[in-house]
Design a binder for this molecule. Structure first.
Ligand code: C2E
Ligand code: MG
Ligand code: MG
Ligand code: MG
Length: 287
């Protein structure tokens, strides 16, 4: 409720509007026109299988390049879009673009982020199903990434939504796992396929015992529940080795590739593996 009243609050304080609110307004205004101005694009980051580094999927990540501000990070503008219905417009654009891209890959899935507000949208399941059908895409090639915040507010309703999506054949990943409010009690109620370990834990792995312990626990938890476990934000070869040892089934991060433009992702998808077959000594070399 606090979130929804955000715009009203801004209006009340109009006269003493401070810089940050004004900036926010400009972002919001720019975002509303970003679509028609053609300022949006999608980047794709490969997700590889831990054991052989086959590229099994790509995560679609929204990019916004404005004349006014230059490139703006989704970490900055998604929360602003999330406070209004703009998120639905942007989200639909992302979903349609990601679904269309599948035709250019030999078999990989596309992983699409959905914010809490999108997930709680009326008839979310019907909406996704319809767009996938219209694109002629098989549901198993689509992974839906949601965060813990999206599902723990109204756990029963979320459980039902996830169950239906899974029934239809879509994959479900819990993004940024470990940073939200998940209780283990709730986790078992949800129809999930994948836990994505938040990159803050991967980042801390080599430095702190605590992060390494948490990574191991999440891998163990995921495997015990029959889920795949994807480590995000993998940046070093040492992390790759540690994560493989820990038993993470999937890896994603700058070490393999940054998010890339669609054309490059197509080339990578066609190659299928992150390493060339004759580079036995350096199977982990990126690009
Ligand atoms: P996320 O879904 O957790 O995506 C992972 C973020 O980590 C991406 O940032 C990605 O570029 C970045 N990343 C990947 N590998 C590494 C690494 O090795 N090191 C570091 N330091 N970072 C890495 P990005 O693209 O800026 O997106 C930030 C967040 O914005 C996403 O986090 C997601 O929550 C949100 N977002 C992005 N695109 C969309 C979208 O289409 N819809 C929605 N609802 N949210 C989106
Ligand atoms: Mg994500
Ligand atoms: Mg993530
Ligand atoms: Mg994240």
């Amino acid at each position: 409720a606090a979130k929804q009243s955000g715009r009203g609050v801004a209006r009340v304080f109009d006269e003493s509007m401070d810089e940050s609110i004004r900036f926010r307004r400009r972002i919001e205004g720019g975002l509303a026109q970003a679509l028609e101005r053609g300022e949006l694009s999608l980047a794709y980051q490969p997700i590889v299988a831990g054991h052989d580094l086959e590229i099994v999927g790509f995560e679609a990540l929204l990019r916004w390049n404005t004349e006014e501000f230059g490139p703006v990070s989704p970490a900055m503008f998604i929360p602003i879009a999330e406070e209004s219905n703009l998120i639905h417009e942007l989200g639909d654009w992302v979903l349609d673009g990601a679904l269309a891209e599948l035709a250019h890959w030999p078999g990989q899935y596309v992983s699409v982020n959905f914010s809490p507000r999108q997930f709680r949208r009326h008839n979310f399941v019907g909406h996704i199903v319809e767009r996938a059908q219209r694109a002629g895409v098989e549901p198993h090639r689509v992974q839906i990434e949601i965060t813990e915040t999206a599902i723990f507010d109204d756990a029963d309703r979320a459980a039902e939504t996830l169950y239906k999506l899974r029934q239809m054949g879509f994959r479900i990943a819990l993004d940024d796992f470990g940073t939200g409010y998940s209780s283990l009690y709730n986790i078992r109620k949800f129809a999930l396929d994948c836990l994505k370990i938040d990159r803050s834990f991967i980042d801390g792995m080599g430095r702190e015992r605590e992060s390494a312990a948490i990574v191991h626990s999440i891998v163990h938890l995921g495997r015990s529940l029959g889920l795949t476990v994807c480590a995000e934000g993998v940046e070093t070869e040492a992390q790759v080795q540690a994560l493989r040892l820990a038993g993470a089934s999937h890896l994603q991060g700058y070490f393999f590739s940054r998010p890339v433009i669609a054309e490059l992702a197509r080339d990578m998808a066609a190659e299928r593996y992150m390493h060339s077959p004759d580079a036995e000594e350096e199977p982990l070399a990126a690009n």
